[in-house]
Design a protein around this ligand. Structure first.
Ligand SMILES: [Zn+2]
Ligand SMILES: [Zn+2]
Ligand SMILES: [Zn+2]
Length: 385
């Protein structure tokens, strides 16, 4: 049927059911010849230790204190935190005082009274945010990324994440724990020493809040978990599966925006890191090693990405937050997102600009094609082949 709609040929939009956003797919554009440059980028020396790295063992940090001579993972408070545990509570009066202070002599009264006051209350919505941020070094080795670490070493990283989540869940200022890794200069990462950050806040940030609301709506409509249903669907269809083990799948989401975006999803419904069994901890480390290794092998380069964990709200501050859906603490289905920027080679990246800033996200390579390319990559790191 020459006139039938083909997903691999015809432009279409795909909806992200987690965030209710859309991505425009233009698959015919990916039929241009693949120029995939396979040459290695110059990675230079890969020192295990750098005297001026503030994350390496024994080195001083900006605060003056020195890192311990750590041998596995190492957690410390971010020296430049995005927020603090304690600050005055936000009140609407603060907004009016702020507005008054920015209008000079004449008109100051008008700006904070009557109709303008009511408009301002509608348009300038503010919430105070308290929290804390920590840094987790994955390894004392300055150049050893997840892709090159052993599964056992990554198990230590996963256990550190879990210990941090359990401890933060007891803190009064915590409602959400966001663990994320920015890797590579392309993602604005200032230091190649393998590390991630943990931002714990007393609010639920926008992305997990949108997902929680989607999980709730889906459960109301179908009576089941959105991600349990999605994982089962992808395991049946297999087109977008990259790899799997007993506990997790790695998939290029149907609605992926970034060319080689993936999601790691727990096969069994699990809402939070702290609920993972020993077997699941091992399997999460296993699939993290395998996908990061495939990424590095794709363009024979240390693959940049932003990666993060989405889990149920935790901590006392979640109880009073409507975004937390505290009435159903089991609503969220644990998953990890990888958002890598590379498109065609170690140096050719995708930018979300133009139509993507003004219209909506767009991609050429389909999710199915990306999964096929990742499936073809080895799970032995190129540096060890
Ligand atoms: Zn270092
Ligand atoms: Zn589920
Ligand atoms: Zn998510």
């Amino acid at each position: 049927m020459a006139d039938a709609f083909e997903f691999s040929d015809h432009s279409h939009r795909r909806r992200n059911p987690l965030t209710n956003s859309w991505v425009l797919c233009s698959p015919h554009r990916a039929k241009r010849p693949w120029l995939g440059q396979q040459e290695k980028t110059s990675e230079g020396d890969k020192p295990a230790y750098l005297p001026d790295c503030y994350l390496c063992p024994r080195n001083p940090r900006v605060t003056g204190s020195a890192n311990p001579d750590y041998t596995s993972t190492y957690v410390f408070p971010n020296d430049f935190p995005a927020f603090h545990k304690q600050q005055p509570a936000y009140t609407p009066e603060a907004l009016h005082a702020h507005a008054s202070s920015s209008t000079t002599s004449s008109g100051a009264g008008d700006a904070t009274n009557g109709r303008l006051d009511s408009i301002m209350t509608d348009l300038f919505q503010v919430e105070g945010v308290r929290g804390e941020s920590r840094v987790v070094c994955f390894s004392p080795n300055h150049s050893e990324t997840l892709a090159e670490m052993s599964t056992d070493a990554i198990v230590h990283v996963v256990r550190t994440w879990i210990d941090q989540c359990k401890e933060l869940a007891t803190q009064p200022h915590v409602a959400n724990v966001q663990i994320f890794e920015n890797k590579g200069a392309a993602m604005g990462c200032s230091n190649p020493h393998p590390h991630c950050q943990i931002w714990a806040t007393d609010d639920i940030p926008q992305e997990p809040a949108a997902e929680l609301s989607s999980f709730a709506a889906y459960k109301t409509k179908r009576g089941t978990c959105l991600m349990c249903d999605y994982a089962a669907l992808e395991r049946t269809l297999t087109q977008r599966l990259v790899c799997e083990n007993d506990s997790f799948i790695c998939v290029v989401p149907f609605w992926a925006v970034w060319p080689f975006e993936t999601m790691i999803v727990a096969k069994q419904h699990t809402s939070a890191m702290a609920k993972l069994s020993d077997k699941q901890v091992h399997d999460l480390a296993d699939i993290l090693r395998r996908i990061t290794c495939r990424y590095d092998n794709l363009f024979t380069t240390s693959f940049p990405y932003s990666m993060g964990i989405h889990q149920a709200p935790i901590g006392p501050a979640a109880a009073g937050n409507p975004d937390a859906h505290a009435e159903d603490s089991d609503l969220m289905h644990l998953h990890l997102h990888f958002y890598p920027p590379l498109l065609r080679s170690a140096t050719v990246r995708k930018f979300l600009v133009g139509f993507e800033m003004l219209g909506e996200a767009q991609r050429d390579l389909t999710a199915e094609q990306a999964a096929e390319r990742l499936r073809a990559c080895s799970e032995t790191h190129y540096s060890k082949q």
